[in-house]
Design a protein around this ligand. Structure first.
Ligand code: FAD
Length: 290
């Protein structure tokens, strides 16, 4: 089943998980998958480290298990910046052989010490290539506050349009903590002629270290309400976790009220947090059905 078709019927609610590193057994995520399945998301996406930094096989194994054991629609991430066309051909063949037809096509972040691909410079190159290779449903990433390398938002949105024109039929956003930034981005994307569904990426913050790492990677701005929470509860992990969950729920309720196409929850493989958020918003997502 193609994920794009779900947006026609309802507000989509999806999760993101990461596979275990090469050094850990694949079984180490089985418990989390089992618990996440019970929350009945519309699909679960599985990350893949750029540069084949290790877990391509595990990405496929996790996606396959989601589909076969749990009956959950999987989406496999695919970053291209360190792959040749021949390597992408092999991966696409593996996807096909394992019943994976939904792909999040990405450039990926450059891995120092690895030479960038001659074949793929941007996600749009990969999207075009996958489109030429058969019947996959392709999503792409978008950045409500602009990608960190983009000179400005207008140029970033121009390149985003290229990804959609190349064949991306829905978008998943980078995490953000300021809903106004998302609404502004959505409006600008619409004005630029981007009319595919856009899922809002929500990351519940559960530790100070996590937020520092995420913000330094993606440059998300932090509203005052959010930094006050971090400052107040940074030394009380349980309180910070509860406040982080409450903040994410608040964001989601507001997004649903504003008619967002979907919510993509970065679960960090933490079913407890995903469960509390899912339970809090499930009634609203149901009533928000299209
Ligand atoms: P692109 O769309 O190629 O954009 C990258 C930069 O180049 C932007 O600044 C853009 O403005 C510019 N650009 C785009 N097209 C062109 C063009 N034609 N000419 C000139 N400039 C252009 N990374 C992983 O390694 N593995 C994952 O599993 C993963 N999952 C992710 C999931 C989500 C939802 C998101 C939002 C990101 C994810 N990432 C992942 C991170 C992502 O790979 C990085 O953010 C990366 O830096 C950009 O990827 P992209 O696909 O958006 O790149």
């Amino acid at each position: 089943m193609k994920i794009t078709s779900i947006f026609e019927k309802k507000t989509v609610f999806s999760f993101e998980v990461f596979p275990p590193k090469k050094t850990s057994p694949i079984e180490s995520v089985y418990g989390a998958l089992e618990e996440l399945q019970q929350l009945k998301p519309d699909f679960i996406s599985v990350t893949l480290g750029a540069g084949g930094s290790g877990n391509g096989e595990n990405t496929i194994a996790v996606a396959k298990r989601l589909r076969e054991k749990h009956g959950i629609l999987p989406m496999a991430h695919l970053p291209c910046i360190h792959y040749t066309k021949a390597q992408i051909d092999v991966i696409l063949e593996d996807f096909r052989a394992n019943g994976i037809e939904n792909i999040l096509a990405l450039r990926g972040d450059l891995v120092p010490d690895l030479v960038p691909s001659e074949d793929f410079r941007h996600a749009s190159d990969l999207i075009e290539y996958i489109m030429s290779k058969g019947d996959f449903d392709i999503a792409a990433a978008c950045y409500p506050e602009g990608h960190t390398e983009a000179p400005n938002m207008d140029i970033d949105i121009e390149y985003l349009k290229r990804k959609v024109d190349a064949g991306a039929s829905h978008l998943i956003s980078q995490l953000f903590f300021d809903n106004e930034a998302f609404y502004n981005f959505r409006w600008r994307a619409e004005r630029a002629g981007i009319h595919v569904p856009i899922e809002a990426g929500i990351m519940p913050v559960t530790s100070r270290k996590q937020i520092e790492r995420m913000v330094s990677m993606c440059g998300a701005s932090l509203p005052r309400k959010f930094t006050r929470i971090i400052q107040k509860y940074e030394n009380n992990p349980e309180a910070l976790r509860d406040a982080g969950i409450a903040y994410a729920i608040d964001q989601i309720v507001d997004l649903l009220a504003e008619g967002v196409d979907g919510i993509h929850l970065y679960t960090m493989n933490n079913p407890y947090v995903a469960k509390r958020i899912s339970e809090a918003v499930s009634g609203i997502i149901r009533t928000g059905d299209k």
